[in-house]
Design a protein around this ligand. Sequence first.
Ligand code: FAD
Length: 397
Amino acid sequence: MTITTEAPIPQGYLTKDRLELQSLARDFAMKEVLPIANELDPVGGLIPDELREKMAEVGFFGILIPEEYGGLGLGAFEYCMIAEELSRAWMSVGSLMARGNGLVGGFTGVQMKELLPRVASGEYLGAFALSESTAGSDVANISCRAVRDGDDWVVNGSKMWCTFADQADYLILFARTAPPPDPEHRHLGINVFLIDKERGTFPDGISGTPLRKIGYRGWKTWELAFDSFRLPASALIGEEGRGFYAAMTKLETARAHTAARSIGLARGALEDAISYALSREQFGHPISDFQALRFKIADMATRVETSRQMMYHVCTQIDTGRRCDLEASMIKYAASEMSEWVTSEGLQIHGGAGYTSEYAAERYWRDARLTRIFEGTSEIQLKLISDRLLGKPSRGD
Ligand SMILES: Cc1cc2nc3c(=O)[nH]c(=O)nc-3n(C[C@H](O)[C@H](O)[C@H](O)COP(=O)(O)OP(=O)(O)OC[C@H]3O[C@@H](n4cnc5c(N)ncnc54)[C@H](O)[C@@H]3O)c2cc1C
């Protein structure tokens, strides 16, 4: 039995159009994604190309892309609403949609005209090569170098954690083109490059090693090595020297999207826990009769809804052009912490069965664990929030 929590009725920002879109995404997630996730995650299988094509057909890669470039021209609200639905079925698929929508902040006019229609159609999906072994939370510490040689750039160095690098059609590479002028301005001299590549391989000069991870299956996450890799001058994205700022734009949407993924996972855990509690009997009763579990489920549902409402608020702020970096950090933090707790309780309600891969409860939990780490760890969100409230500390970072 698959339980889905009640669909809301139109009111306030949950307009009829948005609810129809949510219903379409929910239907897609439960029919097209969930069965595949349950089959492939336990055996480490990859998201099939056919699923990617179906996502492209319904426009999931172009939600945020303006209609003039072939996208749906919708906002962060719709984007996150759909991300919640897809992640309820499989977080990796909720993340895959960002390989279209989310990566194109710094494109120039010509790049937008040429590439956005291809991104929107799902034909041209990217991977994000920002993190390095010594530049994780501290992104300004990037040491991968791009040096000008005539009309080319020559790249040397390495990148960590580049998810989807093999299957992507392009990589967004952050590399240092000049040493930092001083320790206070380490973010200067970082540039962003677009590496056009063939899907399924790495070009000459780039080699990859897949990392072994505990969840976020369905695609591979890579360590990449660049060995005198050559790029044309036209590969530079945006204004030279302002790459760090390109990385920081759209952060609010990215954080809301991670909140959406966290909420989707928690909802999966909640719905599966309700279903299991109603059907499993102990001591001659369904375990849903025991108040300890009834209250647990009530608590899980309350926390999911609390995060969802705050996510809706942050999305509304983004879509109406209001500054909300503080609230975006808060919801990224709150939703990911909530998600780990709710998915762990969901597993607990399954008892020993929850500790097997026969049920999705353990997958939700493994994937929720990651939401506290990527897109800025929980500690980094707390640092950002406390810096806004208290001002930056006089010592330490
Ligand atoms: C499965 C997976 C997929 C990923 N995919 C991508 C991708 O596609 N592209 C990409 O570029 N990156 C990706 N990442 C990288 C991810 O963004 C980083 O792991 C994350 O930013 C944390 O960096 P780190 O792992 O180096 O941890 P570190 O920065 O070394 O942090 C270690 C610990 O120290 C804490 N810490 C660090 N600085 C502070 C501080 N100032 N104050 C308080 N605490 C602090 C952290 O919160 C953490 O608890 C991925 C990571 C994972 C695990």
